[in-house]
Design a protein around this ligand. Structure first.
Ligand SMILES: [Zn+2]
Length: 597
């Protein structure tokens, strides 16, 4: 069975059929929700070479060209795969409603249905979307304990996003898997369409060319095509990394970082702050571009102010003439809060002038708020996730505190006005849990005897947090017991990781994943058998994402849309609804047309 059965067969059978190997497909997929006036590529993949005379594709019972404005192009033998495809790029539907697409090659029939939705009038002038990459409930709990303190069961304060009036659980699964990565989960937020692991702004189709898969329009492109608003993209990871790239990029493979840097230039985002400068240059001092181009020069030539240190960023942002700002502060991922402020590990000594995410947020708001039409700003605390992959709970928690500080900057900005929607959410979760405390004063050579649970956990003895909410010492005698549910074989030290990056497992000369012996000599280290495969294509050297729901909090105009359980694509819907980006009145006024080449 190669084709989806007709929708008439019902959800149960459709679900069974769709779990089997399917050669044929229609993109956008069944149950896609599409914003009125947004662009998407339409593609039908047949299960073999078709006879052009027998191909019939209808939308709501009439030939697709009538509804989509133009006939799709038939590709007889796509990528020499032995199968035909129909492709129509840059489709726009300007009327809301249910659209049923039926594609037939004369022998077999596929059906999908789309919901094309409109939005109400604009409620918010600005939207600020904070992504705590991989932020799990334990991140929030541990950050609150460390930052605010807790006594006799009651916290002595709250994180900045704890008191937001609206909250939802977010489902993060993708087209291909219950487990997402940051590429397809961010694409869901920025396009409203589901995608697959490693894919950005496209449906992962049969195409062999990473750049030829069916594209869906990102919120950055929508804004730049339809409005005069500004867009800001801020991350402490590489700016080409999955989450920031999800704001603008279109490729099947998130690893296409050179191409993503080019797509960033063409996105016309106004404020771009982060790491990842290596993919902007070809110079011998660490440039990774192979094409000889200097993208930084290109941005400067296009009118962007450029900053490579925190001080340069602040002075560029303070200049009232600055409306476009590129800041690249590290060739790769930036360093996290614990290293920059206290431990001085990682690459802090080499790049001592990196700004904090809080400062990047402040500078981005300073520049973006010069646009009288409003803005959308995405700020990612990307290292929360990177540290959890390395089973480095302390650093992940310190960066959660940093996210709370960055959100406070946005709250202060929004408090002076009543026009800014603030959303704080993970893109997916990790298998991190806070299970008790680890008390060095307890007797025993086996570190497990020092783990206290229930009443033996008591309370940790971190020193009071500094003015920015960070305890100045993390390696205290009674500390939080943070553990990961999904890990390779590794040496568990039961201590804060003094190395950065901490590498729990490595590959041996036969390619098998083995515990990193470097940590075997730490006092009390225990060889832990992990639950992830050691060999073969499924082998993992580090902790991995989980399908557990993420917790989203929101405040400001439009925040009331967030409640109960929501799919991640509905976050896009709430944002465009708040911004009024899909008003039918505008579509009818000619702002959107049926099909645009
Ligand atoms: Zn991750």
């Amino acid at each position: 069975m190669n084709f989806r059965l007709l929708a008439a067969t019902g959800g149960f059978f459709a679900a069974i059929i769709s779990s089997l190997a399917i050669a044929g497909a229609i993109y956008p997929i069944d149950r896609a929700a599409i914003l009125v006036g947004s662009k998407f590529d339409f593609k039908v993949e047949f299960d073999g070479i078709v006879d052009p005379a027998s191909v019939r594709v209808t939308v709501n019972g009439v030939d697709h060209a009538q509804v989509l404005g133009r006939a799709a192009t038939l590709i007889g033998n796509e990528d020499q795969s032995g199968a035909s495809a129909l492709v129509l790029r840059d489709v726009i539907i300007s009327k809301p409603g249910r659209y049923e697409i039926v594609a037939s090659d004369g022998k077999q029939t596929m059906t999908v249905a789309w919901e094309v939705f409109a939005t109400g009038p604009r409620k918010a002038k600005n939207v600020i979307l904070f992504i705590g990459d991989g932020m799990t409930v334990a991140n929030r709990t541990a950050a609150r304990i460390l930052s605010k303190g807790i006594r006799e069961g009651k916290y002595l304060g709250k994180l900045s996003f704890d008191d937001m009036p609206h909250m939802a659980l977010i489902g993060t699964s993708g087209v291909d898997s219950i487990i997402t990565d940051s590429a397809n989960s961010m694409s869901a937020y920025s396009t409203g369409h589901k995608s697959s692991v490693n894919a950005l702004g496209v449906y992962a189709s049969r195409s062999k060319d990473n750049l030829a898969h069916p594209k869906v329009e990102t919120i950055t492109e929508l804004i730049k095509r339809q409005t005069k608003m500004a867009v800001g993209i801020v991350s402490d990871a590489e700016i080409e990394d999955a989450t920031p790239a999800g704001m603008f990029a279109h490729t099947r493979r998130r690893a296409d970082k050179e191409i993503i840097a080019e797509q960033l230039f063409f996105s016309r985002a106004d404020v771009i702050l982060g790491g990842g400068s290596a993919y902007f240059t070809s110079d011998k001092a660490g440039g990774k571009r192979k094409d000889g181009n200097n993208m930084i020069a290109l941005f400067k030539g296009d009118g962007y102010a450029y900053a490579s240190t925190g001080a340069e960023m602040k002075s560029a942002a303070a200049d009232p003439k600055t409306t476009r700002l590129l800041g690249l502060f590290h060739p790769a991922d930036m360093d996290g809060a614990l290293d920059r402020l206290y431990l001085r590990k990682g690459s802090v000594e080499k790049y001592p002038q990196q700004p904090d995410l809080t400062e990047m947020t402040r500078s981005a708001l300073e520049v973006l708020s010069r646009n009288k039409d409003g803005f959308v700003l995405m700020v990612e605390a990307g290292l929360i996730d990177k540290y959890s992959h390395r089973l480095d709970g302390e650093r992940s928690v310190y960066d959660t505190i940093m996210l709370s500080n960055a959100v406070q900057v946005a709250k202060d900005f929004a408090a002076k006005r009543n026009d800014t929607l603030i959303i704080v959410t993970p893109d997916h979760t990790h298998g991190m849990s806070l299970v008790g405390t680890i008390d060095d004063e307890q007797k025993g050579d086996d570190m497990r005897e020092k783990v206290g649970v229930y009443e033996q956990a008591g309370y940790p003895n971190y020193p009071p947090a500094d003015a920015n909410g960070y305890p100045p010492a993390v390696d205290v005698s009674r500390r939080l017991g943070i553990f990961y549910t999904n890990a390779p074989d590794h040496f568990e030290t039961f201590r804060p990781k003094m190395d950065d990056p901490f590498t729990p497992a490595i590959k041996d000369d036969k390619g098998a994943i083995v515990p990193n012996e470097k940590y075997a000599s730490e006092p009390g280290a225990i060889a832990m058998t992990g639950n992830l495969p050691k060999t073969g294509p499924r082998a993992a050297t580090e902790g991995v994402h989980t399908a557990d729901d993420g917790v989203l909090t929101a405040m400001g105009p439009g925040a009331e849309q967030f409640k109960g359980f929501m799919d991640n694509t509905e976050v896009f819907r709430a944002m465009v609804n708040s911004l009024g980006l899909g008003q039918v009145a505008n579509a009818k006024a000619g702002k959107t047309i049926a099909v645009k080449k």
